[in-house]
Design a protein. Structure first.
Length: 202
């Protein structure tokens, strides 16, 4: 039954403001509607829920009205790779694609940056909200127990760098990020306009 729910299109559900599941598990109205009305879940079926802080629960549906669960298993998932990608304000559809793929690549966070040649100096609240929703959808699809953190746009001069904790590198077409580059430190990666070339100098 668990695999059936996973294949329908919602492999992971997110419960916010309940770190460590210290309170009863309650899905949002949107997720509950999707589970009951769209996926047509039944009693006895199981699914995975995360608290968005690395904890996941494997639960079994006990009742649909009201929607209640029985906890089968609790796990702690590893944190994302400590990389912050500095992403310029490129064309909107490409920006959304980049956010989706960076979430799938399990990077920790994205810092949007504004440069002289960016199309916009900033993003509206509506566009930022859309990026958050795209990141959350990607998080569910790749079953990631941590959110992709997206920071509002800043100029390069506004970004504070701690040289003892962070490494900078520019992304180039043939560049390969090796495991030794990270060495358990926070890494800041700056990507150019098309995500394949770098013109930034640090």
């Amino acid at each position: 039954m668990e695999e059936r729910i996973r294949l329908i299109g919602m492999p992971l559900f997110i419960v916010k403001n309940n770190p460590g599941f210290k309170n009863p598990v309650v899905l949002s109205k949107e997720d509950e509607h999707h589970l009951v009305r769209v996926l047509r879940a039944e009693r006895g079926q199981s699914l995975t829920i995360t608290d968005n802080h690395g904890q996941t629960l494997q639960v079994e549906i006990v009742s649909l009205k009201p929607l209640t669960f029985k906890i089968l298993r609790k796990e702690t998932k590893p944190a994302p790779v400590p990389i912050t990608v500095c992403l310029p304000l490129i064309e909107q559809t490409r920006l959304e694609w980049a956010i989706e793929k960076l979430c799938e690549l399990n990077v920790q966070s994205v810092q949007l940056i504004s440069t002289e040649r960016c199309q916009w100096g900033t993003l509206s609240a509506k566009k930022m909200e859309r990026l958050f929703k795209i990141a959350e959808a990607a998080q569910k699809q790749c079953e990631r127990a941590w959110p992709l953190l997206i920071s509002h746009p800043l100029s390069l001069t506004q970004i504070v760098i701690d040289p003892q904790r962070q490494n900078w590198f520019g992304h180039q077409r043939a560049y390969e990020l090796k495991e030794s580059t990270i060495s358990n430190q926070n890494v800041v990666c700056s990507c150019a306009h098309e995500l394949v070339r770098s013109s930034c100098i640090f």
